[in-house]
Design a protein around this ligand. Sequence first.
Ligand SMILES: Nc1ncnc2c1ncn2[C@@H]1O[C@H](COP(=O)(O)OP(=O)(O)OP(=O)(O)O)[C@@H](O)[C@H]1O
Length: 217
Amino acid sequence: MKPLVTINNLTVAFGNHKIIKSLSCKIMQGDFFIICGDNGVGKTTLIKTLLGSLHPQKGKIILPPKREIGYVPQFRNLDQEYPLSIREFVGLNYQTAIIPWVTSKEKIAQNKIIEKTDLVKLQNQPLGLASGGEKQRAYLAQAMINHPPLLILDEATSSLDNFMKYELLNLVANFQKDGVTVIFVTHDLPLAKQYGNRFLYMSSSNYMIDSINKLPK
Ligand SMILES: Nc1ncnc2c1ncn2[C@@H]1O[C@H](COP(=O)(O)OP(=O)(O)OP(=O)(O)O)[C@@H](O)[C@H]1O
């Protein structure tokens, strides 16, 4: 397997405060890659750097061509009055969304991704009235509508109950089976062990990268 993401000697700082210090790591095509570690150690900072919203002080990151990345954030509740249906929300990310009306290609893409994320029955309901798990599935559908090769989930299962966690991660695992590389930031180590194959454990003193059966308890 080839690397899909290569992080080379990466240092990220806020002012003089170095958060990520000389991190080198390869994420291979097809990995379900877990990022875990103590609070405040820099997991979200690393994700923001991968997504391009933070710039490294030093080092290099090689990403998939054209930076095609799907991203599912941590669950934060939306206003009940949020005006879009689940289907409309999923379509927001469609690549030709510069055209204001829904094209037939977009309809097909929406249908496919709505089926893959188990949202067929709910698609015309207002997103604001959906449950936490349904909202996260809508974020997953929106993230994957253009078939990016890389999917990043930043604590996307925290504050979901056990049933909804597994429901979301089973769908993510289906994308992985189709060849998508997954990066999953989580504090939930049992969940990490169940779905992940490799991990990066971040602590203030060092970084550990290994296969999932070596993940510390
Ligand atoms: N914009 C910012 N300016 C200054 N410091 C920041 C900024 N964003 C994050 N930090 C600091 O960087 C450190 C790492 O934060 P980060 O959110 O990456 O940690 P984390 O590992 O994701 O934590 P958690 O597990 O609690 O979500 C923290 O000390 C945080 O206060």
